[in-house]
Ligand binder design. Structure first.
Ligand code: SF4
Ligand code: SF4
Length: 300
């Protein structure tokens, strides 16, 4: 069983309870303007290039089978349009100016890496988190990893935008301890404008998970100019009270790291705000929300 991933990160502290290993799936069913992992959008490998780190050594030009790199005077140019993401140039780049994001990975190999930290999971109630991108966009691979983990007694979190097939979600239920479920915008038109899809399927799937007795943490990206409003916090409150399976609310303040990554991918950034949402501004809202709901509200 193989899947496309772009990272495996150990010792994660914000991807569910305890110390966790997070497997980042490549490919996403939404296209959120503020995404901080734009390299996760496409389901194929992609090359990132940081001109500031290039020392113009010419190593990439020597290995590229398509002859896409060239040294022009004191500079280095690169024709991205014809790149087939073979990764040869990134493998020889001495400074990391070129980096390949995405590789096909075998479920057994991925799980072997997850098992390396099994002692930490047992000691600190951590486990495996499937994230992305969108893990439910590769449902068979997600199911295989979750099944392996549960059979090994490892806690499983699935971080999802909820824009996925109901049948696939149903299959994941027996192997998932906690869904880290995104709630971005209550208004369907605004959801479509900012993420590329309306929220009907997402809200239906949330209701389904609630009825199925799943564990749910509501994950709420808070984006200035999009949903950093009193009305949106009212919506978070309503949703969490409507669905008793929601046991915690995590607020995720906007940060602009996706802008640089979009540039490294040769794409226009979907969101121009280059400042962080300050924690103390969000704390005011978090405290007020926390006083209205019977569950924990965190800023992560
Ligand atoms: S990834 Fe492969 S095809 Fe693309 S520029 Fe590098 S060596 Fe050339
Ligand atoms: S191999 Fe890396 S550092 Fe050398 S010219 Fe190519 S991009 Fe620049």
């Amino acid at each position: 069983m193989k899947g496309m991933i772009f990272n495996i990160q150990r010792f994660c502290l914000h991807d569910g309870p305890g110390i966790r290993t997070t497997v980042f799936f490549k490919g996403c069913s939404l296209n959120c303007a503020w995404c901080h992992n734009p390299e996760s959008h496409k389901s194929c490998p992609e090359l990132l290039y940081s001109p500031a780190n290039c020392i113009r050594c010419g190593a990439c030009a020597q290995v590229c089978p398509e002859k896409l790199h060239s040294r022009s005077g004191s500079g280095h140019s690169f024709d991205r349009a014809l790149c087939r993401a073979c990764g040869a140039c990134a493998a020889v780049c001495p400074t990391g100016a070129l980096e390949l994001s995405g590789k096909e990975a075998d479920a057994d190999e991925v799980f072997a890496q997850v098992l390396r930290d099994a002692e930490f999971y047992r000691a600190g109630s951590g486990g495996l988190t499937l994230s992305g991108g969108e893990p439910m966009a590769q449902p068979a691979f997600a199911l295989e990893l979750a099944r392996k983990a549960r059979e090994a007694g490892i806690h499983v979190c699935v971080e999802t935008c909820g824009y996925c097939d109901r049948g696939d979600l149903k299959k994941m239920l027996p192997y998932t301890d906690l869904f880290l479920y995104d709630f971005k915008l209550a208004d369907s038109e605004a959801h479509k404008r900012w993420t590329g899809a309306d929220n009907a399927m997402i809200l239906d799937n949330l209701a389904f998970l609630n009825e199925s007795g799943a564990g749910i943490v509501l994950r709420c990206p808070i984006i200035p100019g999009v949903n950093f409003t009193d009305g949106h916090f009212d919506s978070i409150e309503r949703v969490s009270q409507l669905y008793p399976a929601v046991r915690q609310i995590d607020l995720e303040p906007y940060h602009p790291l996706g802008i640089q990554k979009s540039m490294r991918l040769g794409r226009a950034a979907g969101f121009e705000l280059d400042g962080f949402l300050e924690r103390d501004r969000l704390e005011v809202y978090a405290r007020r929300l926390g006083s209205r709901v019977p569950i924990q509200v965190n800023i992560i």
